[in-house]
Design a protein around this ligand. Structure first.
Ligand code: ADP
Length: 627
């Protein structure tokens, strides 16, 4: 449906203001909005306007919000007129974009006085009737229109059980046009819907009729603003009247959604804003205003959530893309800020948790590294301690061996000097001629004993050096033990008598023959018996053997001073002598170490038992045969 404004041309208006095009660099556009910012409908229209006037630097914009939702008395309008007169008296506006009814009505009344005949592009006209432009020039724009077919189809869709539609209308031109259209289209629905028209009825009459409506009926608020007496009521008043008369759903074909109707197929505000802005641009380009038709806005489905609920109309039944007002905000919408804060706190916490986790893992790694390094350090420490202990031992051993070496040298010198002095001393005495035979024999015996002592000492030194160099050789032969020990007994008998000790060879009755190294066995017994005699003051020294199957146990036993406990461990060590306070015994600490080496070479192991001041027993086993 197309309305045509009563108009002259925009060019005329531009020429009046600006004979050579614009008298200023940029086109001056005044946007006159009926309401205020923050009012959804107005904001939506403005959004449409600015989506089209996006090249904002090309224009000089003047925007006035009349705020007539809050102030709408005649005094206020008078004041507004005076303000605008004052502001725009000397300012040439090239085109006015008017939003909503109040702005257009204001312009229709005052434009010529305030702005002269400036072209006007209007939109958001809720209640547009072409007759309002009668006698007015340079007005064009977008008007809200209606689509009766879409609304009847919508009723069919949402109310399958409804077969009766009552259309409420007045006899304004819009009302009559709408009824005419409805009647033209109703044939399309004749099988399904019966349509009744309540046209130009008094409210009371309307009430009586609407009160009686059955469940199979819905109402369409066609347009009912002029009462039969000629007075106008507002859309709010009208809808509140109708909805109070009936409990049946009321639909609309104009945008009165929110005033008590369920909804309907209606026009969109943002499109209207955009279309009005497009018209402004066309006018500024010089297009003739009379050539610019007043446009109808496109349609959309719009519903009131509360009324959908009230009449149990499921949300999934309404057409896709419908606008629903009064819909309770979802939790997300209602608590968007809180949710965003919580989400960011949560995100921060997660980050902190991850950071802590990372730090924890890192500290664990560091701890592990420290632990393993610690364990390594402990290992190194115990190794060092071990090494230290070994070094201490080695040091002690070294010190001990130095001490032993010194003692050995001192002993050796003593052991050489004593027999040498004897030999030299008594030899020179022998050279004197006045010695009797007995004296000579005594002195020769002493020289002989000293010589033997020297030989034994040298034997010891040779033996130990052979042992050290590993050049000891064994010479096996049969040894008859009784004669062997008788010889030894005989050898030491004099010394035993001299020391007042009993010397006893203990043996079995039958002779026993073993295969061994005679010299070594002799050396062993010589050293053991020598020591036994040396370290025994009274009592006896016994030696001999006992057969034990294939072995022979040899022994030397005395009733001497015994070996102190602390000396027992090292008694067989080389150069080792027990400090027992008796330094007159002599010796160089090699006797027992040679005994031990020889016993082991012959296949035995020497052991001893000793009690201090009671005596000692040295014993070892040897095999009967070498092999
Ligand atoms: P030495 O030549 O000094 O006698 P040995 O090796 O024969 O050296 O003996 C080592 C030490 O063992 C002697 O100094 C002595 O103190 C001790 N010893 C050896 N045999 C006996 C024993 N029968 N009774 C007591 N102590 C003994």
């Amino acid at each position: 449906m197309v309305f045509t404004a009563h108009m002259s041309t925009a060019q005329v208006a531009l020429d009046d203001h600006n004979p050579s095009g614009l008298r200023h660099n940029k086109a001056r556009i005044l946007i006159l909005n009926s309401y205020h910012q923050g009012y959804n409908w107005s904001d939506s229209i403005m959004q449409g306007v600015f989506s089209e006037l996006d090249d904002i630097n090309s224009y000089e914009l003047f925007v006035e919000f009349m705020d007539t939702k809050r102030y709408s008395d005649s005094t206020y309008y008078e004041l507004l007129k005076n303000v605008y007169l004052y502001k725009y008296k000397n300012l040439d506006i090239d085109v006015i974009l008017s939003c909503d009814d109040n702005a257009l009505n204001f312009l229709l009344q005052y434009r010529d006085r305030i702005f002269s005949k400036v072209p006007v592009s209007f939109c958001g006209i809720n209640d547009f009737h072409p007759y309002i432009l009668e006698g007015k020039e340079l007005y064009t724009g977008v008007c809200e229109t209606y689509n009766v077919v879409a609304n009847l189809k919508l009723i069919e869709r949402l109310h399958p059980n409804v077969n009766h539609v009552v259309v409420v209308a007045d006899v304004t031109k819009t009302g009559q046009d709408m009824i005419a259209m409805m009647k033209r289209e109703e044939g399309k629905f004749k099988d399904k819907l019966h349509i009744d028209y309540l046209i130009n009825k008094e409210p009371e009459e309307m009430k009586t009729y609407l009160n009686r409506l059955d469940d199979d009926t819905v109402v369409i608020w066609g347009i009912y603003l002029r009462l039969p007496d000629g007075n106008f009521i507002s859309s709010e008043e009208s809808i509140s009247l109708i909805t109070s008369y009936t409990s049946r759903p009321v639909y609309c074909i104009w945008d009165v959604v929110g005033l008590g109707v369920v909804g309907g197929n209606i026009t969109t505000p943002s499109f209207q804003g955009a279309e009005a802005a497009r018209i402004v641009k066309r006018i500024l380009k010089g297009e003739n205003v009379s050539d610019i038709e007043i446009k109808e806005s496109p349609m959309l489905y719009k519903f009131d959530y509360n009324l959908l609920k009230k009449f149990n109309i499921p949300l999934d039944a309404i057409p896709e893309g419908s606008v629903i007002i009064n819909k309770p905000a979802s939790f997300w919408q209602e608590h968007k800020r809180l949710a965003i804060t919580l989400l960011s706190v949560f995100a921060s916490l997660i980050t902190v948790v991850f950071a802590l986790g990372y730090l924890y893992r890192k500290s664990k790694r560091v701890q592990f590294e420290i632990k393993s390094k610690n364990a390594k350090l402990l290992q190194i420490r115990s190794k060092l301690l071990r090494t230290n202990r070994k070094l201490e031992k080695s040091k002690k051993r070294a010190e001990e061996s130095v001490r032993l070496k010194t003692a050995f040298l001192a002993n050796l010198s003593h052991e050489i000097r004593t027999p040498m002095n004897g030999i030299i001393g008594f030899t020179s005495i022998l050279q004197e001629s006045n010695l009797n035979e007995e004296e000579q024999k005594l002195y020769l015996d002493i020289i002989n004993t000293s010589g033997q002592r020297m030989v034994r000492l040298i034997d010891d030194l040779v033996n130990i050096s052979k042992i050290e160099s590993g050049t000891v050789e064994l010479h096996y032969s049969e040894i008859n033990l009784i004669p062997f020990f008788n010889e030894i007994n005989f050898f030491f008998s004099k010394e035993a008598i001299d020391r007042s000790l009993s010397l006893e060879f203990v043996h079995e009755l039958d002779d026993l023959v073993i295969v061994s190294d005679r010299n070594k066995l002799e050396q062993i017994f010589y050293n053991l018996i020598k020591n036994a005699l040396k370290y025994t003051r009274k009592g006896y020294v016994k030696f001999g053997y006992v057969r034990r199957n294939e072995l022979v146990e040899f022994f030397v036993e005395d009733t001497g001073i015994g070996v102190p406990i602390e000396a027992r461990k090292s008694i067989f060590d080389r150069f080792h002598q027990v400090s027992n306070g008796d330094s007159t015994k002599g010796g160089i600490g090699l006797g027992l170490s040679i005994v031990k080496e020889f016993v082991e070479m012959l296949g035995g192991k020497i052991q001893f038992a000793s009690e201090v001041n009671e005596g000692s027993r040295f014993y070892f086993n040897l095999p009967l045969d070498k092999g």
